[in-house]
Design a binder for this molecule. Structure first.
Ligand code: NAP
Length: 252
């Protein structure tokens, strides 16, 4: 019987950084579970691209703000093989706002997706990867943001704070499971050219920011994906608990 492939789950794998990461993980021979929440066509396009290149992938819908969806996502992934990589990529930003304009609903949504979603996905991954639970180890890569080091005043301190939580989570979880075969790291992208900036309410934000960036340009999803792939790979076998800046010098 053919051996089952190693599995990688990328939350929010349908667009932007998650899509670029899915493509690279497939090239590295993982069967990639491309999670998405609403854009089925984009997820399907990523899966097709992977299959055309000779790789294996499957698109699975699920909202990381829902514990039920997360449990179902990981259960569905189990049938394909052993989970070895989780990329906690799904994340949202919101309209530019000051604290005195932020509703409790906005904060609840932001923290449910960006923080609790990452925690619950990591919980499911640890249950499968940890030697404590009979697993063979693995790697978790979380998506933080340069915002966690800048605070984003007058823009979205809620988003920045959610990513600050991811930084601390990365450090704590890394130490918690270091002796169980699991490495946990994060990347902190700077300004990357993806759809996410449209939700801030400033469609030309990337173009506006360009001149203020040390390299005078935004980054690409592929540039972030390359860092994620390295952290997930055995080449980073002694790296855990770290947050790697991928911001062209904008922040650490
Ligand atoms: P993006 O282009 O807006 O794509 C977001 C992805 O997340 C999509 O695949 C989307 O699925 C999915 N998603 C959104 N909400 C979800 C939910 N509740 N459950 C499951 N999936 C969900 O975003 P991006 O710019 O690539 O950002 C990816 C990550 O990098 C985020 O965590 C973001 O905070 C972080 N980041 C981005 C930048 C940047 O400049 N782009 C900078 C720093 C950090 P659908 O396609 O179904 O909508």
């Amino acid at each position: 019987m053919a051996q089952k492939p190693d599995v990688a789950i990328v939350t929010g794998g349908s667009r932007g950084i998650g899509a670029a990461t899915s493509l690279l993980l497939a090239k590295a021979d993982y069967l990639v579970v491309v999670n998405y929440v609403s854009n089925a066509a984009a997820a399907k396009a990523v899966v097709s691209q992977i299959e055309q290149a000779g790789g294996k992938a499957v698109a699975i819908k699920g909202d990381v703000a829902s514990e039920k969806d997360i449990v179902a996502l990981f259960k569905a992934a189990d049938q394909f093989g052993q989970l070895k990589v989780l990329v906690n990529n799904a994340g949202v930003i919101d309209m530019k706002a000051r604290i005195d304009e932020m509703s409790a609903g906005r904060l609840a949504r932001m923290f449910a997706i960006n923080i609790t979603g990452s925690f619950l996905c990591a919980r499911e991954a640890v249950k499968r990867m940890s030697t404590r639970h009979g697993g063979t180890g693995g790697a978790i890569v979380n998506l933080s943001s340069a915002a966690a080091t800048l605070g984003s005043p007058g823009m979205f301190v809620d988003y920045a704070a959610s990513k600050g939580a991811i930084d601390v989570f990365t450090l704590g979880l890394a130490r918690e499971v270091a002796s169980e075969g699991i490495r946990v790291n994060a990347v902190r992208p700077g300004i990357i050219d993806t759809d996410i900036h449209a939700s801030v309410g400033e469609p030309d934000r990337v173009a506006q920011m360009r001149g203020q960036l040390p390299m005078q340009r935004e980054g690409t999803s592929l540039e972030v994906a390359e860092a994620i792939i390295w952290l997930a790979s055995d080449k980073a076998s002694y790296v855990t608990g770290t947050c790697l800046g991928v911001s062209g010098g904008r922040s650490i």
